[in-house]
Design a protein around this ligand. Structure first.
Ligand code: C2E
Ligand code: MG
Ligand code: MG
Ligand code: MG
Length: 286
């Protein structure tokens, strides 16, 4: 009886697994078609200087408008793309589009003397970073767009740097090309603050779970992260700032930059371009 019961369960499990695999294969094919068919686009979320509240640049965030389905959030399809090996294609699309877009904005609005040029940050998946091809992918995006390497920032998560020596080497090489490197979602992995010193990075992005937390221990951690990062010469970006009180606190802690719904939601390209001109990071065209 117990045995029959066990077999029944195994069959149900097989069936569930089969369905899951079929759904995954379907989603993979749809992602692939979506990339080829122009169903993906980017939104640009402003990154703001905390002291002056002026725009310093954007983080590019991918969006997939799946026909007949609607908007599929990146948290739903990026993990599938990572498992299936399609992530390289997604990242290459985002790199190409983000660099082309910023180069175009700069060409039509040559900039204000004394103001730093705006940067664009692109998320690079750990899986792609472990692939040697990532170095050529970034070089190609820069060459095709003509964007100076210093205006591109690659966002990577801390686990990648700790777990994978190949990824670490590729990042070192990319940094050598002059590209900025940011650790994304810092605090959610298991990197100690001290390890930051020896990492090939120049920017630390504090995860929004710490920034938005009301727990005294979390707030104290934010303070520590900012101090340590500054000791190591890193720029600090707080992500997920939603409340004026959070921004005030970050300003008091000398946090360099902030990003979040309080400052702006991710914007369509046309609006991001207009904001860039209005904020005075670049001069109005003509
Ligand atoms: P992330 O890189 O940490 O991106 C920040 C996410 O937080 C974005 O969600 C953004 O819209 C959201 N966010 C920004 N400000 C706030 C805020 O004040 N409150 C709240 N609650 N959320 C805020 P999104 O666009 O859904 O992206 C989620 C994640 O998906 C990203 O996290 C990143 O890991 C991944 N992702 C997004 N775009 C790409 C991409 O082009 N390539 C790759 N490889 N991954 C991407
Ligand atoms: Mg990011
Ligand atoms: Mg982040
Ligand atoms: Mg995050």
């Amino acid at each position: 009886r117990a045995k029959a019961h066990g077999r029944g369960r195994a069959e149900i499990f097989d069936e569930t697994l089969r369905l899951q695999l079929a759904r995954q294969a379907e989603l993979e094919a749809a992602i692939s078609r979506g990339l080829a068919g122009g169903e993906m686009h980017l939104l640009y979320q402003p990154v703001v200087d905390v002291a002056s509240e002026r725009l310093t640049g954007y983080e590019a965030l991918v969006r997939w408008e799946r026909p007949g389905v609607g908007l599929v959030p990146p948290d739903r399809f990026i993990p599938v793309a990572e498992r299936s090996g399609l992530i390289g294609d997604v990242d290459r699309f985002v790199l190409g589009e983000a660099t082309r877009q910023l180069a175009e904005w700069l060409a039509t609005a040559p900039g204000t003397p004394g103001r730093p040029e705006p940067t664009v940050a692109v998320n690079i998946s750990g899986r792609h970073l472990a692939d040697r091809r990532v170095v050529a992918d970034v070089a190609e995006a820069l060459a095709a767009s003509g964007l100076p390497a210093r205006l591109l920032v690659l966002e990577v998560t801390e686990t990648v740097l700790v777990d994978d020596p190949a990824a670490y080497d590729h990042l070192t090489e990319l940094r050598g090309m002059g590209v900025g490197i940011a650790i994304d979602d810092f605090g959610t992995g298991y990197t100690s603050i001290g390890q930051l010193r020896s990492m090939p990075v120049d920017t630390l992005k504090i995860d929004r779970s710490f920034v938005a937390s009301a727990e005294p221990a979390h707030l104290e951690l934010v303070t520590l992260m900012i101090r340590a990062a500054h000791t190591f010469g890193l720029t600090v970006v707080a992500e997920g700032v939603e409340e004026p009180a959070q921004l005030a606190r970050l300003r008091a802690e000398a946090c360099d930059r902030a990003q979040g719904y309080l400052l702006s939601r991710p914007l369509p390209a046309a609006q991001a371009g207009a904001l860039l001109r209005r904020d005075g990071v670049t001069a109005p065209a003509g």
